[in-house]
Design a protein around this ligand. Structure first.
Ligand code: ZN
Length: 264
């Protein structure tokens, strides 16, 4: 019931945001609070889902994630990134304020190589750099829930507020609530993520094949990832066109990542 109410509220705000004022760019929640919520949610996630300990898989995912996060300007994030591989067949991945990246083993079956995984991680990291979670949370009921958090953070929050905050951070799938990013946030992350992966030395063409794989995987039962990341032909077309704009970044990297080597 509560979830329906949340979705309805967000939908109304999204419609009203289409008017002249760019409401979607407003951030009400202090960055320090966003980071604290991201870190706490991540810790909770680690106690909720089993963590994959396969050495090869972890080295592979870390290799890709590190190459991407190395490209993040210090002005955007000046902390330590952490990457965890969660053992789950769900096709899912996320990045949280505070520098936390989660990759599910299920998504490694859709992302067939290092470039495709880089496209996912680049896109998720771009959501963090662009402060999309803060913008989304600032628009709805989530803002009051987040701003009401006391010293104890999430631990002191009511069940309702915890669910709202998790959804605002983009982890709602695991708690039964999803708040998809807006189309403009998705496009912004596609573009920024594409630049990050190309600068890191991953082939930008792999972003296109990744989303083609995602679209194929969503025939039948839609993957978890799709509930917060709708796939459209326009996204694949946009990335295809954008490839020529970022190719020079990729070509300029002389020492390209060799993460695939960890898989064999
Ligand atoms: Zn996204």
């Amino acid at each position: 019931m509560l979830y329906k109410k949340i979705i309805a509220t967000v939908a109304i705000l999204a419609i009203s945001a289409c008017g002249g004022i760019k409401l979607s760019a407003i951030t009400l929640i202090p960055n320090s609070k966003m980071s604290a919520m991201g870190i706490q949610s991540f810790e909770e996630m680690k106690t909720t889902l089993p963590i994959n300990t396969n050495v090869k898989t972890n080295r592979y995912v870390s290799c890709v994630a590190n190459a991407i996060t190395d490209q993040v300007p210090k002005a955007d994030f000046d902390g330590q990134w952490e990457v965890v591989v969660f053992e789950s067949d769900d096709i899912n991945a996320f990045a949280l304020p505070g520098g936390k990246i989660g990759v599910y083993t299920g998504i490694l079956k859709v992302a067939e190589n290092q470039g495709q995984l880089a496209a996912i991680i680049g896109h998720e990291v771009a959501h963090v750099i662009e402060k999309h979670a803060n913008q989304r949370m600032s628009l709805g009921l989530v803002a009051s829930a987040a701003l009401a958090l006391g010293e104890g953070g999430l631990k002191g929050a009511s069940e309702e507020n915890r669910g709202l905050i998790m959804a605002g951070l983009g982890m709602g799938v695991n708690f039964g609530v999803t708040l998809p990013f807006s189309r403009s946030h998705e496009t912004q992350s596609d573009v920024k993520g594409h630049i990050l992966m190309a600068k890191a030395g991953f082939n930008p063409n792999d972003a296109v094949s990744l989303w083609q794989n995602m679209a194929a995987a969503s025939n039948g039962q839609p993957p978890e990832f799709m509930s917060s990341h709708p796939s459209h032909k326009t996204r694949i077309d946009g990335l295809t066109q954008h490839t020529s704009l970022v190719m020079h970044h990729y070509q300029a990297v002389t020492n390209k990542p060799k993460c695939n080597a960890f898989l064999y």
